[in-house]
Design a protein around this ligand. Structure first.
Ligand SMILES: Cc1cc2nc3c(=O)[nH]c(=O)nc-3n(C[C@H](O)[C@H](O)[C@H](O)COP(=O)(O)OP(=O)(O)OC[C@H]3O[C@@H](n4cnc5c(N)ncnc54)[C@H](O)[C@@H]3O)c2cc1C
Length: 373
């Protein structure tokens, strides 16, 4: 029989690893189950909001020491390449997920166990969870945290509502050699999507785009799409014709869902994207994932460790805290995405922003939080 843990965290991405680091500090016995070995590239814009930097430092994670680049300028272009520029109110940093996740994993394994295997099922009986993995190992714990990202086979096993809904989104990412200012993050629009550009700790430029399946499926694959659809924006045309790709081939994912999820399901506490994915154009998903780990860990300390209260009290408190911290950002993100992808609305918005550029920092503030200290 395997050892019993206080908490099993399924998914060792940013949310799961942050929770493991925080809970370790509280003396909680944690097991992380992650399906992919580290380090690994991940489809992500790789721009992290500074709001989370003090909390990462509290977790003994210093992205700047790893070479992350400070970013304080924002640039956005319309489908036809008209530019809008602004400074970022709080700023952020550029670091690859390859480096960031690995750095956090290295810190977690100093004090906790991480198993590289895929969790396939979760069951709860007599207040004890059993998590079964693909290698048919069984692990037991009092609590389970779901930090398995946007979409996982565990969502299917749990019969979560969003998993049966149709999704219309796919995303592609690769690193490139390209002359690009280190202090800038850019968001360039094209028909049916948008592409983020920013530098990472390695000096390479990360290009990551989100596109509707409808626009993508009309093309003959990734390079055709980049050449014939995205390149109608002259800025992206210049990028894709001049930049030298550093990956053998771009990474891509599909079935990205922005549907509403629940922060607690079947007594599993959901962190990060498992609780809800904000539209990537906000550049705030990573900060939210890390922040959700803080919300949970602090409530766990107060309600379970200090007050010795019941599971139900923790679940209710976490749901409330999640909603308070993130619900408005999710709504704003969803509205912005609708505007950006609608030709008439985005042209109108461009004209307004062009006249009143101070709107941009205000919009950014609405999709970001305060410093998480
Ligand atoms: C195209 C795109 C661009 C983005 N750009 C940005 C950006 O620039 N800035 C930003 O802040 N956010 C961005 N985001 C959002 C950001 O990537 C996510 O919000 C963030 O990664 C969420 O972290 P997480 O820990 O919840 O999930 P993840 O980082 O996805 O981690 C989940 C982990 O769970 C593991 N897992 C899944 N299923 C199982 C299982 N059954 N068993 C074990 N392990 C499992 C996975 O392997 C993974 O490691 C972007 C998202 C997309 C789609």
């Amino acid at each position: 029989m395997n050892k019993k843990y206080d908490i099993i965290i399924i998914g060792g991405g940013l949310a799961g690893l942050s929770a493991a680091l925080h809970l370790q500090k509280l003396g909680v016995d944690v097991l992380v189950i992650e399906k992919q070995a580290y380090p690994k590239h991940k489809v992500c814009g790789e721009y992290v909001s500074n709001e989370i930097l003090p909390y990462l430092n509290f977790l003994n994670i210093d992205p700047m020491a790893e070479g992350a680049v400070a970013i304080d300028q924002f640039e956005m272009s319309t489908k036809t390449g008209e530019l809008i520029k602004s400074s970022l109110p709080l700023g952020g940093f550029g670091i690859s997920r390859y480096a960031l996740d690995k750095m956090m994993y290295d810190e977690v394994i100093k004090n906790s166990e991480v198993i590289i295997d895929s969790a396939t099922s979760i069951s709860l009986k007599n207040e004890i969870f059993t998590v079964t993995t693909q290698r048919n190992e069984k692990f037991k714990s009092r609590f389970v945290v779901g930090a398995f990202g946007k979409r996982s086979l565990i969502d299917k096993q749990m019969n979560r509502k969003f998993i049966s809904e149709r999704t219309h989104w796919m995303a592609v990412k690769a690193h490139y050699n390209y002359d690009f200012p280190a202090n800038k993050v850019a968001l360039h629009n094209f028909e049916g999507g948008y592409c983020g550009l920013s530098k990472t700790e390695s000096g390479s430029v990360n290009a990551c785009y989100l596109a509707t399946l409808q626009s993508f499926q009309k093309s003959g694959g990734i390079s055709d799409f980049q050449k014939n659809v995205m390149s109608r924006n002259p800025i992206l045309k210049e990028f894709f014709s001049e930049a030298e790709m550093l990956f053998d081939k771009p990474l891509s994912i599909s079935q990205i869902s922005f549907s509403k999820k629940t922060a607690v399901e079947n007594h599993v506490i959901m962190l990060g994207d498992s609780a809800g994915l904000i539209h990537p154009l906000c550049g705030n998903g990573m900060a939210m994932a890390i922040h959700s780990a803080k919300l949970f860990s602090e409530l766990f300390k107060k309600i379970i460790i200090d007050e010795e209260s019941e599971r139900a009290v923790l679940e209710k408190a976490y749901q409330k805290a999640w909603k308070k911290a993130f619900a408005e950002r999710m709504r704003t993100g969803s509205m912005l995405q609708r505007v950006l992808l609608n030709n008439t609305a985005s042209d109108y918005a461009y004209r307004i922003i062009n006249r009143f550029p101070s709107i941009i920092p205000r919009i950014i503030r609405k999709t970001h939080g305060e410093l998480v200290a």
